[in-house]
Design a protein around this ligand. Structure first.
Ligand code: AMP
Ligand code: MG
Length: 489
């Protein structure tokens, strides 16, 4: 058979010392559960060929594409604030890189492909449910316009993996701008090999921020780009109520893409203290804490790069601090722009600077569904406030806020229909709501892929209301225990 695609081995070749050559474990009875045809086409792959048995074998590293030299990548990381010097791909492999038709280089990567030299106590495996979970949520994030790693396929291995109970095993095939993480730099810095760290940084600049190479201080320009990319990303997360759940430094990319969909989930009833992860007892990665944690992680990145910033440590710290401090302003600016778009305002008059903060306080006080509220607000612009008012136990409090909002809108002076349509393009109606995702994964684990496939299809167009899909727009029933998510599954 002809090759499906060729791969490069730039990471394996250029960053010896930051990876271990390795092979995927056998999959006794591989079965394709889902293939992302739209993504495959966008990447220039032959969809039908990928569906063949050779194609499936290539997708999970059982058959190597020409040029592929799979490696497990090394990285360190702060997990919940505690430093682990050696994490790395315990159950993942980088198959290689390829240049897509858009001219951009991407990684082809596996998750759940067996134990590696970084596996520590883990079994190297992944279960069908969590891999499909990453698939549906990452693809939903992409459809929302949020930078993210993508999911190309999930293949069941035919093997059982032991969790609390035996579960069907799977491998996720992931596509990303790269898998360089803050933790990759921490690992490189900890080797004490200054040349290796510099080589890694040059590699990262070439892949993600090539124009930084032309700056007067390329390494500081690179760091500034990462800070800006993360400030923008965090603002996007906040604007859709996304809670990553495990923002360890090994789960923060250099590219600015969202990565590692473990315990992530979307908030429904608005509360900035929302935590879903079963192990996040202190609320370190709570919804409202995410920008602060991102900045903390970026401080760890700066520490690894100090030697490259300036001759003396004092000067390097001064330069790095100025950039790190700018994160808050950058993130706030992105958040405020996103929030203004959500409520249909081009500008907020200086006469009402607390309009948006007061809205969030109101949503919190009355435990209003974040997604439903913002989506319904365009109806108020169109002249129908009833459904929005009905969300509030105390509708007068909403009326009082809405009066201020309408005054701000009046001073904006844009036509209502234009504003309402623009709001509907930024306020999703369909999201991977927790109860929908759970129901789809339970069915898939029992062998029925239909609810999963339908959910993926709905979420591919999160802003376009379509008939018959109302169940996908509703918040979860109020009763029952709080939603809980789990890592490392
Ligand atoms: P995560 O929380 O998924 O970002 O993973 C944190 C670390 O644990 C990474 O080094 C993973 O490779 C590793 N890891 C997670 N699950 C497993 C597993 N089942 N087997 C081996 N390593 C794992
Ligand atoms: Mg991770």
């Amino acid at each position: 058979m002809t090759a499906l695609f060729d791969l490069d081995d730039s990471y394996a070749r250029e960053l010896v010392g930051l990876c271990e050559p390795w092979q995927a474990a056998p999959a006794p009875d591989a079965e394709l559960l889902v293939l992302n045809g739209a993504l495959a086409t966008e990447l220039g792959f032959d969809v039908e060929a990928l569906r063949s048995s050779d194609g499936i074998a290539t997708l999970i590293g059982q058959r190597l594409a020409p040029g592929s030299r799979p490696v497990a990548q090394a990285y360190a990381g702060h997990q919940f604030g505690n430093y682990s010097p050696r994490l790395g791909d315990g159950r993942a492999l980088l198959l290689g890189e390829f240049t897509a038709p858009d001219g951009r280089v991407r990684d082809l990567h596996l998750k759940g492909s067996g134990r590696t030299p970084f596996a520590r106590g883990g079994d190297g495996k992944a279960a069908v449910g969590p891999m499909l979970r990453e698939y549906v949520i990452s693809e939903a994030m992409h459809a929302l316009g949020i930078p993210t790693t993508r999911s190309l396929a999930v293949v069941a291995t035919g093997e059982q993996v032991m969790r609390d109970t035996p579960l069907p095993g799977a491998v996720l095939t992931r596509v990303a701008a790269s898998h360089l993480r803050v933790g990759t730099f921490q690992y490189a810095a900890a080797t004490g090999d200054a040349e290796l760290l510099e080589r890694l940084t040059r590699y990262a600049i070439a892949r993600h921020y090539p124009h930084a190479a032309d700056a007067a201080n390329p390494y500081l320009a690179f760091y500034t780009e990462v800070v800006e990319a993360q400030a923008s990303l965090l603002a996007r997360w906040m604007s859709v109520g996304f809670v990553h759940g495990v923002m360890n430094t090994d789960n923060m990319t250099i590219s600015g893409e969202t990565i590692d969909y473990g315990p992530c989930a979307f908030i429904d009833r608005y509360n900035p203290a929302t935590v879903f992860s079963s192990i996040d007892h202190g609320g370190r990665y709570a919804y409202g804490n995410q920008p602060v944690v991102a900045q903390w992680n970026l401080a760890r990145l700066a520490e690894t790069l100090l030697l490259l910033f300036a001759e003396t440590k004092e000067e390097a710290v001064e330069l790095a601090t100025a950039v790190l401090v700018s994160f808050t302003e950058r993130c706030d600016a992105h958040r405020s722009a996103a929030m203004r778009a959500k409520v249909g305002l081009a500008g907020i008059g200086s006469d009402d600077p607390t309009l948006l903060d007061d809205l969030l306080a109101l949503l919190h006080a009355q435990a209003i569904d974040f997604t439903s509220f913002f989506r319904s607000l365009s109806n108020v612009v169109r002249g129908d406030a009833e459904a929005t008012r009905a969300m509030f136990a105390d509708a007068m409090a909403f009326d009082a806020w809405a009066q201020r909002w309408q005054a701000a809108r009046a001073s904006d002076g844009r036509p209502s229909e234009e504003v309402a349509a623009a709001m509907d393009r930024v306020n999703p109606i369909y999201l991977p709501r927790n109860h929908l995702v759970e129901a789809a994964l339970v069915a898939a684990t029992a062998g029925d892929m239909k609810p999963f496939t339908e959910l993926v299809d709905v979420l591919a167009h999160p802003f376009d209301e379509r008939p018959g899909l109302n169940a996908y727009a509703l918040s979860a029933p109020a009763e029952g225990a709080p939603y809980r998510t789990f890592c490392g599954t």
